[in-house]
Ligand binder design. Structure first.
Ligand code: PLP
Ligand code: COI
Length: 362
């Protein structure tokens, strides 16, 4: 794929080292973006252009029927200034799986990888330097037909934007409070739960807003059929250390197959921890909490990395995890996995899995 590059004539002010400490997540955007269009059955005009506002007809398909998919991945600055990406081809592959479900065109994985790689090369000075910061990439595909009929669009726009980011949660690496949601559901069997599509997030906002009012960071979804089995939270897969085994919900079509989830499962197994992908009911979880068998819980996600959970609430029941006087309440395994994963991502630990790619090497 040939990618044309048009550089911005005026560059934005990049965050200073001091500002890097308070970047938060997804609030600032870099100088350039990648775009390409799909018409008549093919992708064309792959280009890196100045970051810009997009203009569409009010009838544009994506505005009405949410034919939209996206991805999330990061570029990291190593101590020696190499810029690394983590499992970027896995994101390209998952985008295609989402595309098939949403009746959208797929993109050749190597072409998509090349788009991300070249964009990050152009934006390398936007990859922040401070510990825990990175350049978050948001690949996005939208349906662009101008028509109100409910059909698959024939035209699409694919774009990638970059956002220098720090911690996803306000408090940084600190235990979060999660509430088990027992009224609303996020996904049902046969639906779009496994796809990374805007609708899954739109339908989760009300539950998240209600939980936030009560001081929780996110809700833990239960399965839509029985309201019984633990699924995932808004932006993370969930793992529970029960009786020394790491338990996580199996990948059915209601759960996003997280790349961090997959990586953490591999790393935990390499640490000698047994990992179980199995249905976990909320009753079992609460019982394990009561009996002390549940010793750690954490979420996994690109934005959230490995996020310790300090409190799980289900109806009027509260399970507290971690001892605040020890490592800020972050469990031993959670911390070890966080350190190993981030060590690999920032190039401090040699990559034996083939997960890390250097943007300056083809
Ligand atoms: N589950 C949901 C709903 C998400 O939005 C995310 C974030 O991408 C994840 C899980 C974690 O996926 P990954 O580790 O690939 O970022
Ligand atoms: C990510 O971790 O990349 C995500 O997409 C989470 C996002 C919904 C905030």
């Amino acid at each position: 794929m040939n990618i044309s590059i048009t550089k911005a004539t005026e560059l934005k002010k990049k965050p200073t080292r001091e500002e890097e400490g308070s970047l938060g997540f997804g609030k600032r955007f870099s100088d350039h973006m990648f775009m390409m269009n799909y018409d008549n059955g093919e992708w064309h005009d792959a280009r890196i252009v100045p970051y810009q506002k997009l203009s569409f007809d009010p009838s544009c398909a994506v505005f009405h029927y949410a034919q939209e998919i996206f991805e999330g991945l990061k570029a990291y600055r190593a101590d020696d200034d190499r810029i690394l990406m983590f499992r970027a081809r896995d994101n390209a592959e998952r985008l295609n799986n989402s595309a098939v479900r949403l009746c959208m065109p797929t993109i050749d994985i190597e072409d998509n990888y090349e788009a991300m790689r070249q964009l990050v090369q152009v934006e390398r000075d936007w990859v922040p330097h401070s510990a825990g910061t990175s350049l978050y990439l948001r690949p996005t595909m939208i349906a662009t037909d101008e028509a109100l009929g409910v059909h698959a669009s024939k035209s699409y726009l694919y774009y990638i934007i970059c956002s220098p980011s720090g911690a996803y949660y306000k408090a940084g690496l600190a235990p979060i409070r999660i509430r088990v949601e027992d009224r609303y559901v996020r996904a049902v069997r046969g639906g779009t739960g496994f796809a990374k599509t805007g609708g899954n997030y739109a339908c989760s906002i009300l539950a998240g807003a209600e939980a936030e009012k009560e001081g929780y960071s996110q809700v833990l979804w239960l399965d839509g059929e029985h309201m019984k089995y633990v699924q995932e939270v808004g932006a993370m897969n969930m793992m529970f250390l029960i009786d020394g085994k790491l338990v996580t919900a199996p990948l059915e079509d209601t759960i996003l197959p997280g790349i961090t989830r997959r990586s953490v499962m591999t790393l935990a197994r390499e640490m000698g921890i047994e990992v179980e992908e199995r249905p976990l009911s909320v009753e079992e979880l609460i019982e394990a909490g009561d009996s002390g068998k549940l010793t750690e819980a954490f979420g996994t996600g690109t934005a959230a990395v490995v996020s310790p959970v300090g409190e799980l609430a289900y109806r009027d029941k509260h399970i507290y995890l971690g001892d605040k006087s020890v490592n800020n309440g972050i469990g031993e395994l959670t911390m070890k996995l966080y350190n190993t994963l981030t060590g690999l991502q920032w190039g401090r630990i040699p990559d034996t899995h083939g997960w890390v790619t250097d943007i300056d090497k083809k």
